[in-house]
Design a protein around this ligand. Structure first.
Ligand SMILES: Nc1ncnc2c1ncn2[C@@H]1O[C@H](COP(=O)(O)OP(=O)(O)OP(=O)(O)O)[C@@H](O)[C@H]1O
Ligand SMILES: [Mg+2]
Length: 317
């Protein structure tokens, strides 16, 4: 099977308000898919429908081929879900929470205890296994919630802002767990507002106002903004624009300290930059430096979201 998640025409209305608007989304088996978008974009609503916790107004959802919500009982066996808000029992211990949810999934006896011990070790929770969940630190709570989501060895993990509000080292450690699980074959759909985390995803879907406005690998999305890779070339001396603009797609030309700073777009910098440098050299121009400019995903998203809003308002952009 190629796709773990196949969503088409998915729509959710709350009264007149359209929270999810004709959404098409596909997540491949084995990938880490980052589901991103500003507050209120409709990510949690989509996830709740995907997990069969809320019925769609329209559209189809297939998870590993199962129709949702009709085949929700099959879905539960293969999916682990971590909700946006901590939803475990604060007055049960770490161990008891895992035991409780394990039994809900039909595990019991030595099989269940073995699985809990495995997860306690994997998530570094052995030392706090008897602590009440309500008394755990933020980072430990996230790990426990992940442990509970993993108790029945799901093929698909759905994580709604698993790292919200936890500090950077803990977020990094959490992603190590995710990568480990992914290596072993678990497909992961994860939402986050942290762009450094989004960089770790194989592919990203960006949602705004109920719609998917962009989709692709982090690299593809960065290229989409400028139509290629952005490169900064510094030439010695003040070079007149018309000397170079004839053959280069120069986005920006500035003079600084007797040098000429060009920003230009190449379809694929790794392939085209060497021949460009040769050409500049053959024209007698001295290249001081030539560096690709790293565009951050944060810039990409601000740009894409702004563009999509301008489009909705019918403005030129
Ligand atoms: N049960 C509901 N009744 C009415 N409106 C709702 C309901 N649930 C969500 N909404 C609205 O739907 C929109 C999408 O909400 P959703 O929680 O899916 O966004 P989100 O992308 O998860 O945002 P965040 O990043 O803040 O978690 C919001 O405007 C929200 O207020
Ligand atoms: Mg949400």
């Amino acid at each position: 099977m190629e796709y773990a998640i196949e969503i088409s025409g998915l729509t959710k209305k709350f009264g007149d308000f359209v929270a999810v608007d004709n959404l098409d989304l596909r997540v491949r088996v084995g990938e880490i898919f980052g589901f991103l978008g500003p507050n209120g974009a409709g990510k949690t609503t989509t996830i709740r429908m995907m997990c069969g916790l809320m019925r769609q107004s329209k559209g189809t959802i297939r998870i590993y081929g199962y129709s949702i919500p009709e085949e929700r009982s099959e879905l539960i066996k293969i999916t682990g879900y971590m909700a946006q808000r901590f939803s475990l029992y604060e007055d049960l211990s770490v161990y008891e929470n895992m035991e409780f949810f394990g039994k809900l999934y039909g595990l019991n006896g030595e099989g269940l205890h073995k699985r809990i011990r495995e997860l306690l070790e994997f998530l570094d929770l052995e030392d706090v296994k008897d602590r009440l969940a309500g008394r755990l630190s933020g980072g430990m709570k996230q790990r426990l919630a992940l442990g509970v989501a993993l108790i029945h060895r799901p093929k698909l993990l759905v994580l709604d802002e698993p790292t919200a509000g936890v500090d950077p080292p803990i977020r990094r450690a959490f992603w190590e767990y995710l990568r480990g699980l992914n290596k072993e074959g678990t497909t992961i759909l994860v939402t986050t507002h942290y762009m450094d985390e989004a960089e770790n995803c194989d592919r990203i879907g960006l949602m705004n106002k109920g719609r998917l406005i962009a989709e692709g690998t982090p690299k593809e999305l960065k290229r989409r903004i400028f139509g290629g890779d952005l490169v900064e070339v510094v030439l010695q001396g003040r070079i007149q624009g018309d000397v170079i603009k004839g053959f280069l797609n120069v986005g920006d030309l500035k003079y600084k300290d007797g040098e000429t700073v060009l920003r230009l777009v190449l379809k694929d910098a790794s392939k085209e930059l060497p021949s460009l440098l040769k050409r500049l050299d053959s024209m007698g121009l001295k290249v001081q430096s030539a560096e690709p400019i790293n565009v951050t995903l944060e810039e990409v998203f601000i740009e894409l979201v702004t563009k999509s809003e301008a489009r909705v308002r019918g403005e030129a952009y």
